[in-house]
Design a protein around this ligand. Structure first.
Ligand SMILES: NC(=O)c1ccc[n+]([C@@H]2O[C@H](COP(=O)([O-])OP(=O)(O)OC[C@H]3O[C@@H](n4cnc5c(N)ncnc54)[C@H](O)[C@@H]3O)[C@@H](O)[C@H]2O)c1
Length: 323
């Protein structure tokens, strides 16, 4: 069965493509390389195209050939989504609507969507279960929630079964060193710490030291990208074996503050990290932790690589290689 992977040349998409190929699936990557990289394409068929261009998208779905769609392609920067919400609503919604339309026309029955913890907004309860109220506090999170609502309506009308995977903080790199994170600009914690150590960024900037958390810095649930990739294979197998739509968190149920990650990185790498304290970024909540109970129960999946040491070591090996 051929799996259509939109955004398969990006960070999480490329790790998932590698995992799908390893598990014997045939893969078609559709990517416009806006943030994706050619060096992250390690296999599968590649179609260079933009999801906002219906014609190139429809051509890529030759009738009857695609069994399922995985949709990673979106703009991902929370801060930018405040500055230019039009860009986010237009890009993320249009891309998703076009991809869904092409999939439905090609009679695809299964769809896996890259959603985010950003759909929850301010947590009323920690760890966050999937049943938590959905009140995104930034335009990026709103676009993810809109797509989740569209998926529900399309399921009712067109019998498209979906799994929406709500990722928490993706981090780390392929343990075999072939793939890793290469965002530009980079807004994520772990690569920014490591890039500052490699001299590729000036001092690391720590946003927010007055959150209501034990050390005042934001607490997040870091999940290794290989665990995320494997969860997609589990989700795909689940949809194929028992087609039922679901919303599922992907996280570890464990939190680490920014300062904790800094200190652990110093210890693991034996290096001193200098940093500058800055005020909180708009749209950042104090603490986000996933309940992973549903992922374990429904997908039969457990994070295996998401301890901080593995995250830091694999990411460090990757960034050293890409200097
Ligand atoms: N990285 C995280 O921590 C995180 C957390 C929660 C959710 N997510 C979601 O996971 C998904 C993947 O994130 P990522 O970190 O791998 O991002 P990424 O930017 O590395 O990957 C996105 C990929 O989509 C492609 N793309 C974007 N727009 C496209 C378009 N219009 N047409 C074709 N291709 C297009 C890009 O070129 C890139 O290869 C995103 O939907 C993101 O919102 C990521």
């Amino acid at each position: 069965m051929k799996i259509f992977v939109a955004g398969g040349a990006g960070y999480i998409g490329s790790h998932t493509v590698q995992e799908l190929i390893r598990e014997g699936f045939e893969v078609l990557i559709f990517d416009n390389f806006s943030t994706g990289r050619k060096e992250l394409v390690v296999g599968g068929e590649l179609v260079e195209g933009d999801l906002r261009d219906k014609d190139s998208l429809k051509k890529a779905f030759s009738p009857g050939s695609v069994g399922a769609v995985l949709h990673f392609a979106s703009l991902i920067q929370v801060g930018e989504s405040f500055l230019d919400p039009k860009k986010y609503y237009t890009h993320n919604l249009l891309s998703s609507l076009n991809l869904l339309e092409a999939a439905i026309e090609a009679k695809v029955k299964y769809f896996i969507f890259s959603s985010s913890a950003a759909v929850y907004g301010l947590p009323k309860k920690i760890p966050l279960p999937e049943s938590h109220p959905l009140n995104p506090i930034n335009p990026y999170g709103q676009t993810k929630l809109f797509v989740e609502k569209i998926l529900q309506d399309y399921e009712r009308a067109y019998s498209l079964k979906f799994i929406s995977l709500r990722y928490f903080n993706a981090a780390g790199a392929d343990p075999e060193g072939r793939l890793g994170e290469m965002h530009e600009p980079e807004t994520h914690l772990v690569p920014n710490i490591l890039l500052s150590l490699l001299g590729k960024k000036k001092n690391f900037e720590l946003y927010g030291t007055d959150f209501p958390t034990p050390d005042g810095t934001a607490v997040r649930d870091y999940i290794h990208v290989t665990d995320l990739a494997k969860a997609h294979v589990h989700a795909l197998r689940r949809l194929l074996a028992s087609p039922k739509s679901e919303f599922i968190n992907l996280g570890t149920n464990r939190g680490h503050s920014v300062l904790e990650i800094l200190k652990k990185t110093e210890k693991i790498l034996g290096k001193k990290i200098s940093y500058r304290e800055k005020s909180r970024r708009k749209g950042d909540v104090p603490i986000l932790l996933a309940s992973k109970e549903k992922a374990e129960r429904i997908l039969g999946w457990k994070p295996q690589h998401s301890d901080i040491e593995t995250i830091i070591k694999t990411a460090w090996a990757w960034h050293q290689k890409t200097i």
